[in-house]
Design a protein around this ligand. Structure first.
Ligand SMILES: [Mg+2]
Length: 361
């Protein structure tokens, strides 16, 4: 037995070293991290976290500290499915999606960290254990970069060990994106795996036009060409545009992924910090497997490497454009396009709480 003794949540704003830009979120100068530490009656602790683009963190912190904490105290921490189901339905009316699901994601992650630590196993092993070596790509947040700067950035990413990169598209003038993409493909040739991400910028017809304009650049996938809740639109973009589609970072439940997959999303792309946590992420991955689809990921690469290391149908892990590398003990290391899930107990992410203290909100 491992009854939950207490839950502690903390809220930080981490400045970005340089401002980043995509088509629909605009310019970003910082991101919020909301952490949660769950401690059981034996004194063992699991750690979870979630991110925002800079707003809503206060709501997430409040939900964790003031609403979830009293509900989970005294619960059996190993019964994650039971806790997850009770929280999902307990918060459902006002909380289906949005800050509630981000809070649930962080808490569920902490429970899985605790469970795997108590089991004496690394997280990727307790989740099924497929292969700790996970292919990885660099997720650029670089809509503001022109052709020359994009090429320079790609050189830097290759020097860091990457062999696959994703660039942002979605400028107001499509020829500018075509020129940016063409510059990267010309500079690095056919061996570079290349993806493009529109962050939901286009209409369906606009996305089809863009996909046709990108066709010659051999994209591995076209990410979020349109808003996420239009399965019929995705089907048209896929079949008329002719490029596989990735989508999912803006879906918030297992059931939304079912609809998306039925609509033609080729690379389901859950984010463990906003899809409800490790529990639904693994179900989404297995759902994809049932459709013979590869699963990719969005954000939170330090924990997600464990999840994809437990999936026989994993494709690429996203090494996200911003992360926790300055605030954790062992940041992800890329070698020849591959990262390795650590063999430490739990997820193995150790925060530098002292350093974070100065960024507390
Ligand atoms: Mg994306």
């Amino acid at each position: 037995m491992a009854l939950v003794d207490r839950l502690q949540s903390d809220h930080y704003l981490i400045p970005l070293p340089v401002a980043l830009e995509d088509s629909m979120h605009g310019t970003m100068t910082g991101f919020e991290v909301i952490t949660v530490r769950v401690t059981d009656v034996d004194g063992a602790t699991g750690v979870g976290y979630t991110f925002t683009c800079g707003v809503n963190g206060g709501a997430i912190h409040y939900i964790l500290s003031c609403e979830m904490a009293p509900l989970v105290q005294g619960r059996e921490a190993e019964h994650i499915e039971a806790i997850w189901k009770d929280l999902w339905w307990g918060f459902h009316y006002g909380g289906r999606g949005g800050p509630t699901v981000l809070a649930l994601s962080a808490f569920d992650m902490a429970l899985w960290d605790l469970k795997s630590k108590r089991s004496g196993l690394p997280l990727w092993n307790i989740l099924g254990g497929y292969d700790p070596r996970v292919p990885c790509y660099a997720g650029g947040i670089d809509l503001h970069l022109g052709p020359e700067d994009l090429v320079a950035q790609t050189h830097e990413n290759i020097a860091k060990g990457h062999r696959a990169i994703k660039m942002k598209v979605g400028r107001d003038r499509l020829p500018e994106d075509v020129a940016r993409m063409g510059a990267v493909r010309d500079a690095f040739g056919a061996d570079l795996t290349l993806m493009a991400d529109a962050n939901m910028k286009y209409t369906v017809d606009g996305a089809i036009r863009a996909a046709r304009a990108f066709r010659d650049f051999d994209l591995a996938w076209f990410e979020e060409p349109i808003p996420p809740d239009d399965p019929a639109g995705h089907y048209r973009v896929l079949t008329e545009g002719g490029i596989p589609i990735a989508s999912g970072e803006n879906l918030r439940s297992l059931w939304e992924f079912r609809t998306a997959i039925e609509g033609g999303v080729t690379f389901p792309e859950p984010d463990v910090t906003n899809c409800g946590g490790v529990t639904p992420f693994m179900k989404i991955a297995r759902l994809a497997e049932a459709f013979h689809l590869p699963v990719t990921s969005h954000g939170a690469h330090d924990i997600t490497v464990h999840l994809l290391a437990a999936c026989p149908n994993r494709s690429y892990l996203e090494a996200h454009g911003f992360g926790l590398e300055n605030y954790i003990e062992t940041p992800l290391r890329v070698e020849e396009g591959v990262v390795r899930a650590p063999d430490t107990l739990g997820h193995g992410i150790v925060f530098d709480w002292e350093r974070l203290e100065g960024l507390r909100l």
